[in-house]
Design a protein around this ligand. Structure first.
Ligand code: GLU
Length: 566
C-alpha cells in the first residue's frame, strides 16, 4: 500500500470514527443509552432491512447483547451503552453511514414509497382480465393476489401485498436464461442461432425471420433455442453434479439453472413446481410443433436433442419465485449483473446490457411496442402474472397478479408500470432536468443551502425527529434561518414539538438566542403559543448558555407582541 493510500485510509477511518461518535450522541437518551429498536427503525426508514447481509455483524452483536440481557436482571433490556454501541456498529459502519447520510440511490425513501403505496392501491381496484386458462394450475390462480416488491441497486427494499407467495416465472425466465447463456457463450455464438428483432407476431407463432432464425429470445421459438444453448453452456462449464434418480424426470439441468437463478435472487426464494412442469409437457403441442419446425430449419446447435431441449424449456418455465425474490433478480439486472444484496457478480455487464435491450423491444408480448412507448423501460411478463421491470442503475421491481389482459400481460402489472412513469421520471426518454411535472426520487434532498433551510424547517414544523437526526448526521448547520430569521428551533417551539427542541439543544447545541425579524426568540414563540414546558426548557438552556455579547436579559414577550401589533 502506498503512503498516500495509507493516509487516505487513515483519514477515512478517522472520519468513520467521528461519524460513529456523532451517531451515538444523536441517538442516546439522557442515560447515555441507545435503543436497538430505535436504531433499527432508523435504518429501516432508509430502506435497509435488518436481514441485509451488509448488517450481518451488527445485527448478530445486537442479538448477543439481547440474549445476555435476558439472563441479567440488572441490565436494561433492548438498550446499549456507548462502548457496546460503537462495538456493534463499527463492523458495518460503511453501509450504516451511507444509509443515514442519504447516499443511497433513493436518498429519501419514505416519500418515494408513499407514492408507491398510492399506485399499488389504485391498481388493486383493477378487476380486468382472467388468470391464464391453458393449464389448471394457472387457471386456479386467485384473481385477488396482488404484490409489488422493490429492490434498489443499493439494496433498499420495499414490499406491498402478496410478495411471499411462490408462483411460476413462465416467460419471465426467458430473459434470465438468455442472460445466463450470454454469460457462458459470446453474443456472436448466441446470435448465430437467434435474432434481435421484434417478431410483430404472437409469442408462440410458428414463424422464423428471413435468416431462418427465431426472431428473438423473448418469444417461445427463441427461448427454446436458447434453452438448448444454456444446456450446452451448463455442460461445457462442467457444473453438473446433481445425480439423476432412476425413472424420474431428469431435473439435473434445471437444478443447475436454479442455482444460477438463486444467485441472481441473492439466495432468496427459488423453487420448482413439478405439477406445472408435467402439465406444461402434457399440453405442449404448439411448442413441440415449433421444435420440429425449427429442427427442420436447422435452428439448433448440432448436438442438441429436441425432446430433451423442450423438456428443459418446460422445466425452466416451471421455476417459481416470489415477488420479493424476483425483485432482487430485477435489481441484479439494474445493477449491471452484481446482486445488490449479496455483492455476488452473477452476470457479465455486457450480457445484462444485451438482455435489457431485448426486453425493452420484445418483453411484453404484442404490447411490447406500446409498452416501450409509454413506459420506456425494459420489462418481461409471464402468463402466471409476473412482471419483471428494470430501471437501469436505479432499481428492480417485480409485480405479481394472475389476471391477464388481452395480450397476456398482468393487467395490474401493466397499470402499475404505466402509473410509475407517470409519477416518476423513470422513462428512458424523460428529460431529467426539465421534466418538472414528475418527481425524481434519485435527487439528493440536500442540494443547496436554500433547499437545506426548507427541509430543515419543514421537518421541525412537522415534528419529524428522524429527519432532523439525519440532517444533523449529514453535517447540516442546524441553526440555519430562513429569510425571516426563523430557525428550526423557532418552529419546533411554536408548534410545541418538545423532542425536536430537546434534540436541537442537547444534541446539536444550537444557539437559542437567535431572533427572527420580529425580534422573537424560540423562547418567545413557546410562550406566545402557550407551550410553557418548552418555554421552561428553553429558558434554562439560555441561562446556561449565555449569548456571545454577554447580555443575559430575557425580554418580556408581551412587550414584543404589543410592539408587533402597534
Ligand atoms: N409455458 C408457456 C409456453 O411456453 C410460457 C408462456 C408464457 O409465459 O408466455 O407456452
Amino acid at each position: 500500500m502506498s503512503r498516500r493510500q495509507k493516509a487516505c485510509r487513515e483519514l477515512l477511518a478517522s472520519g468513520m470514527e467521528d461519524f460513529e461518535e456523532k451517531l451515538f450522541s444523536f441517538l442516546c437518551d439522557h442515560n447515555g443509552l441507545v435503543s436497538m429498536d430505535r436504531f433499527k427503525n432508523l435504518l429501516e426508514e432508509t430502506g435497509l432491512r435488518d436481514s441485509d447481509f451488509r448488517l450481518r455483524e451488527t445485527m448478530s452483536k445486537f442479538r448477543t447483547v439481547l440474549e445476555r440481557q435476558l439472563h441479567d436482571e440488572n441490565e436494561l433490556r433492548g438498550t446499549v451503552d456507548k462502548d457496546t454501541f460503537l462495538d456493534c456498529v463499527s463492523d458495518n459502519i460503511v453501509v450504516i453511514s451511507k444509509a443515514l447520510t442519504s447516499q443511497f440511490v433513493i436518498p429519501e425513501f419514505k416519500p418515494f414509497t408513499d407514492i408507491i403505496d398510492k399506485i399499488y392501491e389504485s391498481c388493486k381496484d383493477n378487476m380486468q382480465g382472467l388468470p391464464a386458462q391453458y393449464i389448471p394450475q394457472l387457471a386456479r390462480g386467485n384473481p385477488k393476489h396482488w404484490g409489488v416488491s422493490i429492490c434498489t441497486v443499493d439494496g433498499q427494499r420495499y414490499d406491498l401485498g402478496d410478495t411471499t407467495i411462490p408462483f411460476c416465472l413462465q416467460s419471465v425466465v426467458k430473459p434470465l436464461n438468455y442472460a445466463l447463456t450470454l454469460n457462458d457463450l459470446s453474443p456472436e455464438v448466441v446470435h448465430k442461432y437467434v435474432g434481435q428483432e421484434p417478431s410483430g407476431r404472437s409469442f408462440n407463432e410458428l414463424t422464423l425471420d428471413y435468416q431462418h432464425k427465431p426472431h428473438n429470445p423473448m418469444i417461445n421459438a427463441g427461448a427454446i433455442v436458447i434453452s438448448s444453448l444454456l444446456k450446452k453452456g451448463l455442460v461445457i462449464a462442467d457444473r453438473f453434479d446433481y445425480p439423476q434418480k432412476k425413472d424420474e424426470p431428469d431435473l439435473r439441468f434445471v437444478q443447475k439453472a436454479m442455482d444460477e437463478l438463486r444467485r441472481l435472487a441473492g439466495q432468496e426464494h427459488v423453487s420448482f413446481n413439478n405439477s406445472v412442469y408435467l402439465s406444461e409437457r402434457a399440453t405442449a403441442d404448439r411448442n413441440f410443433a415449433l421444435g420440429y419446425y425449427m429442427r427442420e430449419n436447422k435452428c439448433f446447435p448440432p448436438e442438441a436433442d429436441l425432446v430433451e431441449t423442450l423438456e428443459f424449456y418446460f422445466q425452466l418455465c416451471s421455476i417459481e419465485v416470489t415477488a420479493k425474490s424476483g425483485a432482487v433478480m430485477a435489481a441484479t439486472l439494474a445493477n449491471g449483473g452484481i446482486c445488490p444484496t449479496t455483492g455476488d457478480n452473477v452476470l457479465d455487464s455486457q450480457a445484462v446490457q444485451n438482455t435489457l435491450s431485448l426486453m425493452h423491444s420484445c418483453g411484453m408480448y404484442d404490447y411490447s411496442g406500446q409498452f416501450a412507448f409509454k413506459v420506456g423501460l425494459p420489462a418481461k411478463s409471464g402468463v402466471a402474472g409476473g412482471v419483471l421491470l428494470v430501471i437501469p442503475n436505479v432499481m428492480g421491481i417485480f409485480t405479481w397478479s394472475p389476471p391477464l389482459d388481452q395480450w397476456g400481460n398482468s393487467s395490474r402489472g401493466v397499470q402499475f408500470c404505466e402509473e410509475l412513469v407517470a409519477n416518476f421520471n423513470f422513462h428512458n426518454y424523460d428529460n431529467l432536468k426539465h421534466t418538472n411535472k414528475k418527481y425524481d426520487p434519485r435527487g439528493r434532498a440536500v442540494e443547496s443551502k436554500a433547499q437545506d433551510v426548507v427541509n430543515l424547517l419543514f421537518s421541525a414544523f412537522n415534528g419529524d425527529v428522524t429527519a432532523m437526526r439525519r440532517y444533523a448526521l449529514l453535517g447540516m448547520d442546524m441553526s440555519l434561518a430562513d429569510y425571516d430569521g426563523r430557525t428550526a428551533l423557532h418552529l419546533a417551539a411554536a408548534e410545541g414539538h418538545e423532542p425536536i427542541v430537546r434534540f436541537l439543544l442537547d444534541k446539536c447545541g444550537v444557539n437559542a438566542h437567535l431572533k427572527d425579524r420580529w425580534d422573537f426568540t424560540a423562547y418567545d414563540d413557546a410562550k406566545r403559543f402557550k407551550h410553557d414546558d418548552i418555554a421552561e426548557i428553553l429558558l434554562a438552556y439560555m441561562k446556561k448558555h449565555p449569548p456571545a455579547d454577554g447580555n443575559t436579559k430575557i425580554d418580556d414577550v408581551s412587550t414584543k407582541m404589543a410592539k408587533l401589533s402597534a
